[in-house]
Design a protein around this ligand. Structure first.
Ligand code: FAD
Length: 322
């Protein structure tokens, strides 16, 4: 089923829903651990889960394999990320045909970052230049079969950000480009991580002003580790409000304290977002379960005493179609 249909149905009932993002682990043991964790997390009823596409297409086969298992063995509505980096159209179509044959109806269509060691994104021969091209291709080749999600950037795409932030002109161009992705057939937006909730709420408002009407799902990344947080916000050029830095400074060497603060902050951010009528939350789990579940527990969205299916839950491997 398409995630957008599930979200629309939940919206109609006034329900708050959530989803989890995972990335492909580097080792076979890591993959099995991830499935065990996913089993436990999916028992709490996420609306969907998604699996990333490794930078530069580095995890293509593994991402496809994990996506198939998520949909057909973990039995959770699955969204697979797909990028244009190093992907001629034949490879893109192979990925899309494979997930279609395995009952997956949801794709997060991305341009991707430049391949390792390159500064600028360069279109591979026979491939696409941007996510807009990919969205257009999916719609023209696969019609309405896929629900298509695209990335949105509350602070503008990092390429547009210099110094203190994107100029108004760069931000407006970025928004106009996002609208083109939606007009070309995307039906859902998931945002880049952010730590200033007001920036996200303004972004939603600005999207509505230019006629973007599809749901805009906030991407929430709980802070688990101080160094990881600095690395990620540096890479994404994310603004970090001064009060968050001030709260982290005295506890930065204490991992448990940082995690506890991350749960507190994530909870408060989500509460504020929910109070503005946005009812779908997307958690960047970084393949960890505790912080994401603790935030949802604080919000009353999961209850450890009431899991929705017995554990361990997994269908035996059925015959996947390649
Ligand atoms: P695009 O939407 O194509 O564009 C990026 C920016 O370039 C735009 O914001 C726009 O300002 C500009 N631009 C591009 N084309 C045009 C045009 N024709 N006209 C005007 N402006 C244009 N990366 C991975 O490698 N794997 C993943 O699984 C992954 N998952 C992600 C999930 C989310 C929710 C997000 C927010 C990001 C994810 N990324 C992932 C990172 C993403 O690949 C990078 O941010 C990448 O640099 C841009 O991808 P995009 O799809 O946003 O690009």
């Amino acid at each position: 089923m398409k995630v957008i249909e599930k979200i629309r149905a939940a919206e109609a009932e006034g329900k708050t829903v959530f989803s989890f993002e995972y990335f492909p682990p580097k080792t076979e043991d890591g993959v099995e651990n991830l499935f065990e964790r996913m089993d436990r997390m999916v028992a709490h009823g996420p609306h969907f889960c998604d699996i990333t596409w490794g930078a530069g297409g580095s995890t293509a086969d593994l991402t496809l394999d994990i996506a198939k298992r998520m949909q057909n063995m973990v039995c959770v509505e699955t969204m697979m990320h797909l990028t244009c980096t190093n992907m001629p159209v034949e490879k893109i179509d192979h990925a899309l045909d494979t997930i279609k044959a395995n009952g997956i109806q949801n794709v997060l269509a991305l341009r991707g970052d430049p391949p390792h060691g390159q500064d600028k994104f360069v279109q591979v021969e026979g491939g696409f230049a941007c996510a807009l091209d990919l969205v257009q291709h999916i719609r023209s080749k696969y019609g309405d079969y896929f629900g298509i999600t695209v990335a949105g950037y509350p602070e503008a795409h990092p390429d547009m950000i210099e110094g203190e932030g994107a100029t108004l002109e760069a931000y407006s161009n970025d928004l106009a480009y996002l609208k083109r992705k939606v007009d070309a057939g995307a039906d859902l937006i998931i945002t880049q991580l952010f730590y200033d909730t007001d920036i996200f709420l303004k972004f939603v408002n600005d999207c509505r002003q230019i006629g973007i009407t599809c749901p805009i799902v906030p991407g929430i990344m709980p802070i688990n580790n101080y160094k990881g947080f600095l690395r990620m916000t540096g890479f994404c050029k994310t603004k970090v409000p001064a009060d968050i830095m001030a709260a982290l400074e005295p506890i930065k060497e204490n991992e448990d304290a940082v995690k506890a603060y991350g749960v507190h902050l994530g909870t408060e951010m989500c509460k504020k977002i929910l109070s503005h009528g946005i009812k779908t939350l997307h958690l960047y789990t970084l393949n960890m379960e505790k912080s994401a579940l603790a935030i949802l527990k604080n919000l009353g969205l999961v209850d450890e005493t009431k899991i929705s299916r017995p554990l361990p839950w997994r269908r035996p491997a059925n015959v996947f179609r390649v």
